[in-house]
Design a protein around this ligand. Sequence first.
Ligand SMILES: [Cu+2]
Length: 164
Amino acid sequence: MRRLVGLCLVPFAMLVLASTAAWAANSSAQIVNCPPASGCFTPNPIQIKVGDSVSWMNSGSITHTSTSDTGAWDTGPIASGATSSAVSFNTAGTFAYHCSIHPSMTGTVIVSAVAATPAPTRPPVSRLAQGGGGPLLPVAAGLLLAGFGLLALGNRRRHQSKRV
Ligand SMILES: [Cu+2]
């Protein structure tokens, strides 16, 4: 019995894993020139979901960093035209960061929790199939049978009237 329950859980676990994997995405934040400041992070704040990652692309003309205020991450120097490695965010929350070269440059990453129900990402067709087509299938079959019955009746009447 326990093995049966375990076997039933395997596809469920795979479904959960597959759906979370589909959600994980890499967002690209940019560092741009914005005089008179040395540079600016954009978008700011950047909004992502738990499991997503952020890469900072330096479109500005001088080197910057993305450094967490709490030490959670530090990309190190990102030269002009370069992109940092991806930083993953696995917990929801608001994370402040700055440029360690230009401390007045600040930004925020807002990580929101992943919705508990994955329903919106699935087509409604799969839900219909799970219920065996719902009440629509027997109704359609009944109408089809009634239609055939009427046709047969009509044919018979036509034959009878020909005979008379
Ligand atoms: Cu900087």
